[in-house]
Design a protein around this ligand. Structure first.
Ligand code: PHE
Length: 334
């Protein structure tokens, strides 16, 4: 057996051949294995001698297999670099960089975390409750229209804003709530230089006892000045959102694209509408009167368009540049 095995191993010319030989000789049904199984039929007085012979054979064969494997591997390596000039300098790889959206998102998150906000998230495939109903958005509100929102057959939808994470966060934790949630949102908009059907927002929510409009203004002014520079002018314009009352749009006075400073709309915000707190309590199975967890508290929420933020910051005129992945565009943000 040993002689045949060693001859067979010597003939193997590649890895595969060596492995086949190993199986044929040492495998479960290999020649040597079968011989060792046959030990039980060997007369008792011959057992020690035969056993020793078989063990020696196994050792010799294993060593031969290992040596052969190394040999064929070395040959394969040599063949792989044959004709390659290993003294040539390596081709350098272009360095990667962060996407502009990643840069503005990370910066906004860094500032807000510093201010005590924790990261939160929620699903992009949402239900009507978290995207609309709990956010005090009536059944006939235009945002719920099939023309404006992507609905699935199941009745679920692609969230039209990150405000759904407000509800998700309140369901998940106890007050006080101080969270931010950057993420994608989707609307059936006509795609042009300022609209994509998938875009990015950053949501913020602060709920506690006695949160005031002053807190809202102070927090957002601080945040926006950290983002755009300490001298930046910020103004709050009355607006309407179903889930906040009062509601505001926030403008920041900025030089965009080298032009004279002008007011640029940057975010929506407002004081959380009491109906939102009530909806969360009800969903939690709590009576908003007797068992209220959120009803009776106050809070503010805000939502910032991250794509807009990137466009303003670098004077990007067409939002589509953010998703085309043209390296000539992306390489400018390193
Ligand atoms: N969800 C609003 C939007 O998408 C923004 C917003 C968030 C407004 C939070 C008020 C409070 O336009």
């Amino acid at each position: 057996i040993q002689r045949d095995a060693l001859a067979r191993i010597a003939q193997a010319s590649d890895r595969r051949g060596v492995e086949d030989a190993r199986v044929a000789i040492l495998g479960k049904k290999g020649e040597l294995t079968l011989a060792q199984t046959g030990m039980k039929d060997v007369p008792r007085e011959e057992k020690p001698a035969v056993g020793q012979l078989l063990n020696e054979a196994r050792k010799a064969i294993t060593e031969a297999l290992d040596a052969k494997l190394e040999e064929v591997q070395a040959q394969a390596d040599k063949a792989a670099v044959a004709g390659v000039d290993l003294t040539l300098p390596a081709r350098s790889l272009p360095p990667g960089g962060l996407h502009p959206l990643t840069i503005v998102r990370d910066e906004a998150v860094r500032i807000l975390r510093h201010m005590g906000f924790a990261l939160a998230d929620g699903p992009e495939i949402e239900d009507e409750f978290h995207c609309f109903d709990a956010l005090n958005t009536p059944e006939d509100h235009p945002a719920r229209n099939e023309k404006d929102t992507f609905y699935f057959d199941s009745g679920k939808l692609l969230r039209t804003h990150t405000s759904s994470v407000q509800i998700r966060s309140m369901e998940k934790q106890l007050p006080p709530v101080r969270v931010i949630a950057p993420g994608s949102a989707y609307r059936r908009d006509e795609i042009d230089a300022t609209h994509l059907s998938a875009f990015n927002q950053l949501e913020g929510l602060y709920v506690d006892t006695d949160v005031s409009v002053g807190d809202l203004k102070g927090t957002l002014e601080y945040f926006l000045r950290a983002l755009f520079g300490s001298g930046t002018e910020v103004r709050f314009r009355p607006h309407f959102f179903p889930f906040t009352e009062p509601s505001f749009e926030i403008d920041v006075k900025l030089k965009v694209d080298g032009q004279a400073p002008r007011w640029v709309e940057i975010a929506g915000c407002g004081m959380v509408d009491p109906n939102v707190f009530e909806a969360v309590d009800r969903e939690l199975g709590l009576d908003p009167g007797a068992q209220a967890r959120y009803t009776g508290l106050t809070g503010f929420a805000f939502g910032i368009g991250l794509d807009r933020l990137a466009m303003i910051r670098w004077g990007i005129r067409d939002i589509r540049a953010l998703i085309e992945n043209d390296v000539r565009f992306l390489a400018q943000f390193q």
